[in-house]
Design a protein around this ligand. Sequence first.
Ligand code: FAD
Length: 136
Amino acid sequence: MPSQLTQLAYYSSFDSDQGADLDAILKSAHVHNSKNFITGALWLYKKYFIQVLEGERKKVSETYHRICQDARHSDVVLVGCVDIMARDFDNWWMAYVMDTPQNLDLILKYSCTNKIAPEKLTHERIVQLLLNAQKK
Ligand code: FAD
C-alpha cells in the first residue's frame, strides 16, 4: 500500500531581538527535507514562524518533532495535521516566503486586519496564505 501523504501546519515564536538565523534553518531544512521527500513553505512574520510540512506521514511526524525540539524558536503550536491526496508545495523542499510589503494584501485577505494573528488562522488559511504568498 502506498504511504499516506500528510500535511501539517504550525506556528511558533522566536526572540525578534535576537533575530532568526534563517539561512542556517533553511539550509538544514533543504538537506533533511530533500532526503525525506518533505515539501512545504516557511514564513518568518514579525516574531512568528509559520510553516507547512507535507510528505509521508511518518517522515512529517519525525520532522515536526525534531523542529519542536529546536531552541531557535519556542511555543510551537500545532494548527492542523490532515491526510492529503496530493502535495500543495510540490516544487519546494522548503519555500521561504518573504515578509514583503507586497504580501500585505494577502495578510489583509486572510486575517481581516493589517497583521497576522497566527492563533486566528486555521490550517486551510495557513496553507492558502503560504501558497499565495510564495507565488508572488
Ligand atoms: P542538528 O543540526 O545536528 O542540531 C541538533 C539540535 O541543535 C537541533 O535539533 C537544534 O535544536 C539545535 N540547533 C542546530 N543548529 C542550531 C543553531 N544554529 N542554534 C541553536 N540551536 C541549533 N528541519 C528539517 O529537517 N526540515 C524543516 O522543514 C525544518 N524547518 C525548520 C523550521 C524552523 C522554524 C526551525 C527553527 C527549524 C527547522 N528545521 C527543519 C531544523 C530542525 O529543527 C533541526 O535543526 C534539523 O532538522 C536538524 O536536525 P538534527 O537532529 O540533524 O540536528
